[in-house]
Design a binder for this molecule. Structure first.
Ligand SMILES: Cc1cc2nc3c(=O)[nH]c(=O)nc-3n(C[C@H](O)[C@H](O)[C@H](O)COP(=O)(O)OP(=O)(O)OC[C@H]3O[C@@H](n4cnc5c(N)ncnc54)[C@H](O)[C@@H]3O)c2cc1C
Length: 404
């Protein structure tokens, strides 16, 4: 029997897969014909693979969401590193100085602040869930055209197949084909930075801490991995990132040990390398009749606070909720008033995070002595400002917070 609503999801990144799993496990799954289309091959992860280059800090709230769709146990049992503390400091100070921002899970009665996980492992775990659900998975097949066809959209796939759909969810990343095809403009805020990424073995234990040092050219983040290594995300000038890409292992170890102020002693290169151009982007609208954008397709934020995937997962949760409630109320999921509920719930929150990250990146990149002094005062005050600090941590954790 044909199902009343067809939804096509463009993109099998963590956000696209999560919204699919939430809908497939919802109480109205029997009313939804779900298809995911991705341009790339199906992502696969084997437990004896080395830790993949791309990892994300997922907040505890995001882990809970993955648990709710049945994907978290596989991730956690395979390889996830809990981080219990965060230390954020400025180039002018030191990691144990008075201006260092400190967050400890114990202070908030939580076992951890979040988990460092491989992106491909999360995708693999959600796909395992989807294999047992009623979702059509189409890989290695880019969407090549998207056009309005009466009340519905007609999608053409490379290879010639066409899909008619009541709702297309654009979860197809920063350069979203869906967003461009339906002519939703996106504001761009270039950072003039690239993110250089690699894994390193530190001389001293990482202590399950996420470290971030703000340098004038951009922040250096160091995330703990479960085998004792750290994953580095160094947002820096394009020329420096390029130099890091081409340096010998020994030179790179020196560069990053110095950039980290030797907080974990000497760092030894112990993994592949990659660079990613950084640019904040925000879609002017998240929805049109029959179209909704989620994740990086809607907003791309600076990786300095590790929030991109977390925000995308929250989009997925809210959009799935809105769609399920609409069906319960006898409404049509692709109608604009329905989709606007999702946009209203998420766009402001994402904009706040995007501008906060852009502002922080600029604030720390200044070489003005006055700004540096004010920044140090601000960081000291932040450390003792109960409610502001609690609010910041709550947002970063993507969930509720209670103080010990
Ligand atoms: C260096 C770096 C570090 C980061 N660290 C963190 C972190 O610690 N924590 C965090 O929360 N976030 C982090 N992020 C951000 C995070 O990686 C992204 O926000 C997240 O991966 C976006 O997921 P997505 O599913 O929206 O998009 P993507 O992961 O980009 O997935 C989009 C999918 O769409 C597919 N696609 C594209 N075009 C088409 C088409 N025409 N047809 C079909 N399929 C198509 C692609 O193949 C892809 O699989 C980081 C980002 C960077 C660059």
């Amino acid at each position: 029997m044909s199902k009343p609503y067809r939804i096509v999801i463009a993109g099998a990144g963590v956000t696209g897969l999560t919204v699919a799993a939430l809908l497939a496990r919802s109480r109205y799954s029997d009313k939804l014909q779900l298809t995911i289309v991705d341009a790339m091959a199906r992502p696969r992860h084997r437990s004896d693979d080395d830790t993949a280059l791309r990892v994300s800090a997922l907040a505890t709230g995001s882990a809970e969401l993955l648990r709710s769709i049945g994907a978290w146990d596989h991730v956690k049992n395979t390889r996830a590193c809990a981080y219990e503390c965060m230390r954020v400091w400025d180039e002018a100070g030191s990691a144990d100085g008075a201006t260092t921002l400190r967050f400890d899970a114990a202070e908030f009665a939580m076992p951890q602040l979040g988990f460092i996980v491989e992106n491909v492992l999360v995708q693999h775990a959600i796909l395992n869930v989807l294999d047992d659900a009623n979702v059509e998975l189409v890989f290695d097949t880019p969407m090549i055209s998207l056009q309005k066809n009466g009340q519905r959209y007609r999608i053409e796939l490379a290879g010639g197949e066409t899909l008619d759909t009541d709702l297309v969810i654009g979860a197809d990343g920063v350069r979203s084909f869906v967003r461009e095809s339906v002519a939703i403009a996106a504001a761009e805020f270039p950072y003039g930075q690239n993110a250089f990424v690699t894994h390193l073995r530190p001389e001293n234990p990482h202590r399950h801490t996420a470290w971030q040092r703000f340098l004038q050219d951009g922040p250096l983040g160091m995330l703990p991995l479960s085998d004792g290594r750290i994953s580095v995300v160094w947002s820096t000038r394009e020329t420096t990132a390029d130099r890091a890409m081409h340096a010998s292992d020994e030179q790179l170890g020196h560069m990053l040990s110095g950039a980290s102020d030797y907080v974990l002693g000497n760092l030894t290169v112990a993994g592949p390398r990659g660079t990613f151009p950084l640019c904040a982007r925000h879609a002017e609208h998240y929805v049109l009749p029959g179209v909704a954008l989620i994740g990086d397709a809607a907003h791309a934020v600076h990786p300095l606070a590790g929030q991109g995937a977390n925000l995308g997962l929250q989009d997925a949760a809210v959009l799935a909720d809105v769609i399920v409630n609409a069906i319960g109320n006898g409404e049509t999921p692709g109608d604009r008033p329905v989709l606007r509920r999702y946009e209203r719930a998420r766009r402001g929150e994402n904009a706040a995070m995007l501008h906060l990250m852009t502002g922080l990146n600029r604030l720390f990149a200044t070489d003005s002595a006055l700004v540096r002094e004010l920044r140090a005062i601000g960081m000291r005050l932040f450390n003792v400002s109960g409610p502001i600090r609690d609010h910041a941590v709550k947002v970063a954790l993507g969930g509720s917070l209670s103080r010990n």
